[in-house]
Design a protein around this ligand. Structure first.
Ligand SMILES: [Zn+2]
Ligand SMILES: [Zn+2]
Ligand SMILES: [Zn+2]
Ligand SMILES: [Zn+2]
Length: 385
């Protein structure tokens, strides 16, 4: 069965909190098997999904290459269970993740990670209310709540998976491991500055650099390469300059958009996405998106893309010329390269063509497909003549 079909049930999922997609990285393993896994993926999430349920799937035992020196593996059955039990004891009662930094507690002992604690206080400030513990409703504030050092230390001792080599390490050393020690961490050739595009695992770096052809190139060849690099920089600058000039327009609107998955009612159903109607610049709009341009079996292909279409739902008196731009929203960690699109909307031409959603690669696309919804931010700039 394809990973996309497994997701069929998601199609009718009701509204989810936008923040819940933080665990999106987890689906990547299944969908994009064999593709590069980055740090911050499955390993850091703490093994609980947004509903707070234990996830099935590869646990510590999925790692056949664990070094023999690890005692944990000897008593895996019990240790695994204890760790699992500790996860649910030590996790933040708000986001259900294991806290990565400071842990606060309410006067009744309910734990909150620093991020959630600050978020609760900030929300209360905005609503002009007294902040309360989401568990017991007692008042919380910076002076009423204190840190819980024992929990912080216990969490830092719990094992966590390196996103590159998939081995387990105590949280306290994981960051250093991923940055400096992991033999599988992604590195770039030191001749990148003169155009070498190589990137790969650290353990292959020395071999590559020894045989890298870039340092032996002639001055003339290097000039050519540098010219090309300059050109791509210039293109990027142009893009940012045009975004900055769009930001000077009189009529700009933006909003958070949430693409939700649906299925067509064809004989073989197809996944597509649609946002609820939203209002920008006093007009009603809808965004639609489809996978691999509605290819019949996108699950059979490794290459995944999303394309999207902007539709004007309101009637307009005169043509509406717009530039528009999709960017990462505040609640999702999508890697998206900004691209400016342009279209003249009227009552007859109220739908743009499907344009590729400029995400960086298939892995990123799978991450979006694995999430419950896709949250982005849409900007519309109205061009006035
Ligand atoms: Zn939290
Ligand atoms: Zn409480
Ligand atoms: Zn590692
Ligand atoms: Zn190189």
């Amino acid at each position: 069965m394809s990973s996309l079909e497994e997701r069929g049930d998601v199609g009718v999922a009701a509204v989810a909190t936008p923040g819940s997609s933080s665990s999106a990285g987890l689906g990547v393993g299944a969908v994009g098997a064999g593709l590069e896994a980055g740090p911050g993926g499955a390993g850091l999430v703490g093994g609980q999904d947004e509903a707070g349920l234990r996830r099935e799937g590869p646990g510590p035992e999925a790692d056949p290459d664990a070094p023999p020196k690890k005692r944990v593996r000897l008593q895996e059955g019990e240790a695994g269970k204890l760790e699992e039990r500790l996860y649910s004891v030590l996790c933040c009662t708000v986001c259900l993740d294991l806290p990565k930094a400071s842990v606060y507690q309410c006067t009744n002992g309910h734990l909150m990670c620093a991020g959630c604690f600050i978020h609760l206080l900030a929300d209360a400030r905005l609503k002009e209310e007294q902040a309360t513990c989401p568990n017991c409703r007692c008042e919380i504030s910076k002076s009423l709540c204190c840190r819980n050092l024992a929990v912080e230390k216990a969490v830092s001792e719990l094992p966590c998976e390196c996103g590159f080599c998939l081995k387990q390490f105590p949280r306290s050393v994981l960051e250093r491991h991923q940055k400096e020690e992991c033999q599988d961490r992604v590195t770039q050739c030191k001749y990148k500055r003169i155009g070498c595009p190589w990137q790969g695992p650290f353990h292959e770096l020395t071999v590559h650099e020894a045989e890298c052809c870039h340092p032996t190139k002639t001055g003339n060849e290097l000039m050519g390469i540098l010219d090309e690099m300059d050109q791509s920089h210039r293109k990027e600058m142009q893009l940012y300059n045009s975004i900055f000039s769009l930001l000077c327009f009189e009529k700009i609107g933006f909003t958070e958009v949430q693409f939700r998955p649906y299925r067509t009612d064809d004989f073989i159903t197809r996944l597509y996405y649609e946002t609820p109607r939203f209002t920008v610049l006093n007009q009603t709009w809808v965004l639609k998106a489809r996978v691999n341009d509605s290819e019949r079996n996108p699950n059979l292909s490794c290459k995944r893309t999303l394309s999207f279409q902007l539709i004007l739902k309101s009637k307009v008196n005169s043509a509406l010329e717009c530039s528009y731009l999709l960017l990462k929203g505040p609640y999702d960690d999508v890697k998206i390269k900004p691209v400016i699109y342009h279209y003249v909307f009227s009552n007859d031409t109220n739908e743009t063509d499907y344009m590729p959603l400029p995400i960086i690669d298939s892995v990123e696309c799978n991450k979006l497909l694995a999430a419950k919804n896709i949250n982005l931010r849409l900007f519309i700039f109205q061009i006035q003549k």
